[in-house]
Design a protein around this ligand. Structure first.
Ligand SMILES: Nc1ncnc2c1ncn2[C@@H]1O[C@H](COP(=O)(O)OP(=O)(O)OP(=O)(O)O)[C@@H](O)[C@H]1O
Length: 211
């Protein structure tokens, strides 16, 4: 774990969260704590409830029981990109600029360079490749420089170079004091995590890792 930075008072604390869809009980008392300056992975089989947990974490879905405490601005990258097919990349940026009340798009342009799709601004999102759609999905979650990052398989379809750039960015944001949760299926990513939560039978078993 990293030292708490005074610049970022971010935190996510999930306590005793239960969630069922009809008779399908998905979460059964899940606990997760993500202090400032910490990058935590969430892993588990398909259907284990990882996306459900993250949707509850950001307040998109109410838990049946339990509590979620969030501190700081939240950046949520959903598993499936929510884009308007007829909007260009730039139109998405302007829409989110208004929503986030950002004075400029400077940070968004930096992220476009970093994620290697700076030349796609005029393309409509229906024309984008799967990997580039995902880059836009991630950018929309990060362009307001949130303190708490909740990322659901954020690099699906990324080429290897972009994948590594993503992790360099995530490592830096963690070192600057943000709280980051990432759903991952890739063993290779384990080395970036301070801890990994194994979601099994609706509960998270937390394993602390030394990086
Ligand atoms: N809106 C919904 N209505 C009913 N059932 C749902 C809903 N969303 C998810 N489920 C079910 O809840 C379970 C957990 O789904 P969830 O998407 O959270 O799992 P996951 O671990 O993220 O899976 P994956 O690794 O495949 O992305 C699955 O059985 C899924 O079918």
């Amino acid at each position: 774990m990293r030292t708490e930075s005074p610049r970022h008072q971010s935190r996510l604390r999930i306590s005793g969260v239960w969630k069922a869809y009809g008779r399908r009980q998905v979460l059964r008392g899940a606990d997760l704590d993500v202090p400032p300056g910490t990058l935590v992975g969430v892993v588990g089989e398909n259907g284990a409830g990882k996306s459900t947990l993250l949707r509850i974490a950001v307040g998109q879905l109410p838990p049946d029981r339990g509590t979620v405490v969030r501190t700081g601005a939240v950046g949520y990258c959903p598993q499936h990109a929510v884009l308007n097919d007829s909007f260009t990349v730039m139109q998405h940026l302007r829409l989110f600029q208004v929503a986030y009340r950002l004075p400029t798009l400077a940070r968004a342009h930096e992220l476009m360079e970093l994620l290697a799709f700076a030349d796609c601004g005029r393309q409509r999102s229906e024309e984008l490749s799967g990997g580039t759609r995902q880059k836009l999905n991630l950018l929309l979650a990060l362009m307001h420089d949130p303190h708490l990052l909740v990322l659901d398989e954020p690099y699906q379809g990324f080429d290897w170079d972009t994948h590594q750039r993503f992790w360099a960015l995530a490592d830096r944001l963690r070192d600057e004091g943000r709280s980051i949760v990432v759903v991952s299926h890739l063993l290779h990513d384990l080395r970036h995590f301070d801890a990994v939560g194994h979601l099994r039978e609706g509960r998270l078993d937390i394993e602390e890792l030394t990086r």
